[in-house]
Design a protein around this ligand. Structure first.
Ligand SMILES: [Zn+2]
Length: 104
């Protein structure tokens, strides 16, 4: 079971990677596992579908080894969202991580 907050971090990873290059389901599951998120296709695909619905991602279906695969890319709206969130990440980092170090 993926927690609410984890899901927000996972969405940010997806946005970031979709901005760098096109991404697909299994590739994302492997990438997110590298960060310690164990994500099942049953969680990832609805998340991707939701992000498409919100116009953060677009996809293109292509056939690879006789299988249909959806390749996702970030949209201009997704990029704008990612930029906004970057500032928030810095702010959050400064408050949560940096302040904690100052504590006695
Ligand atoms: Zn990542």
């Amino acid at each position: 079971m993926i927690r609410e907050i984890d899901l927000a971090f996972i969405k940010l990873h997806i946005l970031y990677h979709a901005a760098e290059d096109e991404v697909y389901g299994i590739g994302l599951i492997e990438e997110l596992a590298r960060h310690g998120y164990k994500l099942s296709p049953g969680t990832l695909y609805p998340t991707l579908a939701k992000m498409v619905k919100l116009n953060l991602l677009t996809f293109e279906s292509r056939t690879v080894n006789h299988k249909q695969r959806k390749y996702y890319r970030i949209t201009p709206a997704g990029l704008a969202q990612l930029d906004k969130v970057k500032a928030k990440i810095v702010e959050l980092y400064e408050e949560i991580v940096k302040n904690e170090k100052k504590r006695p």
